[in-house]
Design a protein around this ligand. Structure first.
Ligand SMILES: [Zn+2]
Length: 390
């Protein structure tokens, strides 16, 4: 889907640059991202337009630039653009005294800070998605940088400097919950609302360089600027049952190492509320699907992290992760269905605690619990040869 969108966006953009001069849009209509994303529709629409207006042209190209930035994940100013209005207002010296919050529409409503309306105290609206406009004088734009440029009459770089040092707010984020049916039974997600906001991620590509493996296990980096989600900017690790049904995502922070000494550190892993990870094994769906041969397999590597599972898959070796080092009774049952033998490889710092798990595994399956080679803390760093020699 994403590739298709990119190809269409690229084709369409080529067409667009050719016919830019011919483009126009009727008055009083604003292109939303949704409009722009609907590429087929937009193509037909553009071709049918006859009027010519320079301002509409620039608005349209700005919308396209936004779409391309999102599709290609290239907006390095996204964090600044997405600063909430109340935070930006205080930096710009805009008083919130006459502003009201419309929670239903997720907007701030008040006098226009751009043209400085005196009488009209509600002509200006700033939506949480960044879009703002004033119906009195037609002042409009999107995101805090546009707003700063318009209010302060400054250029783009000056706006970046002005807002660049503002820390992003630590307000409560949207909770993520696993759907539960009325009878209390855990349900798979009806719809994956995350995957379509996959963005390129150097961190993930470095850690799991094989794109085919990332695709097979369904991992990606999520970023939807329109939603203030706790999962934004995280690497999404699907939580699937053995049949491949998706129940949710585990979100791995990718800048964890950099802020490890700050007090209000974001958690390294985010797990949806209500989703008992003890019922799932990362990699189980891929084994049942026959990726490594017919299950039960002869032996499977049991490792702590999903990333290690994917690394081993790059070597052609089947591995499973219980999303941590401990193994629940339910996960033990699953393991026994998927494999006859287990090579248990927790990270080095969990080797002593792992003894109990190893005993529980050994009671059910053939087990090897080999030491990691000297100097290796995490089995993810082993070479294919080292793993085979364990
Ligand atoms: Zn205005």
């Amino acid at each position: 889907m994403e590739i298709l969108l990119r190809r269409r966006a690229a084709d369409f953009f080529k067409m667009l640059t050719k016919s830019l001069a011919d483009f126009a849009k009727p008055k009083n209509e604003i292109y939303s991202d949704k409009d722009v994303c609907n590429v087929d529709h937009q193509l037909t629409y553009t071709l049918s337009l006859a009027q010519k207006q320079a301002s509409d042209l620039s608005r349209f190209t700005a919308a396209w630039a936004r779409l391309l930035r999102r599709v290609y994940g290239m907006d390095k100013y996204a964090a600044i653009r997405n600063l909430p209005f109340d935070v930006v207002a205080s930096v710009l010296g805009v008083s919130l005294e006459h502003f009201k919050r419309d929670n239903r529409k997720k907007e701030w409503v008040g006098p226009c800070p751009i043209h400085g309306s005196q009488n009209n105290k509600s002509c200006f609206r700033y939506n949480d998605d960044g879009r703002f406009n004033c119906f009195s004088q037609g002042c409009k734009g999107r995101g805090s940088l546009d707003l700063a440029m318009a209010v302060k009459q400054i250029g783009f770089q000056a706006a970046v400097e002005l807002l660049g040092s503002v820390p992003p707010p630590t307000t409560k984020k949207e909770p993520v919950e696993a759907p539960i049916a009325s009878d209390g039974v855990l349900q798979p997600l009806a719809k994956d609302t995350w995957r379509k906001f996959a963005v390129p991620c150097a961190w993930l590509e470095k850690r799991i360089p094989d794109a085919g493996i990332r695709e097979r296990y369904g991992v990606f980096c999520y970023n939807n600027p329109a939603r203030r989600s706790a999962y934004s900017g995280r690497v999404m690790l699907p939580v699937k049952d053995v049949h491949g049904s998706l129940f949710g995502y585990l979100g791995r922070s990718i800048d964890h190492a950099h802020n490890s000494d700050t007090k209000e550190e974001a958690p390294k892993y985010l797990f949806p509320k209500n989703l008992p990870k003890s019922r799932f094994l990362f990699g189980s769906a891929e084994i049942v699907a026959g990726t490594f041969g017919q299950a039960p397999l002869k032996r499977v590597y049991l490792v702590e992290s999903p990333f290690c599972v994917m690394k081993f898959a790059m070597y052609g070796l089947p591995a499973l992760s219980p999303f941590g080092w401990s193994v629940s009774q339910e996960q033990l049952e699953l393991l026994a269905q998927l494999s006859k033998g287990i090579v248990y490889l927790p990270d080095r710092n969990k080797y002593s605690q792992g003894a109990e798990t190893a005993a529980a595994l050994a009671a059910r399956l053939w087990l090897r619990f080999p030491p990691l080679p000297d100097g290796c803390e995490d089995p993810e760093n082993l070479t294919a040869e080292q793993v085979r020699n364990l």
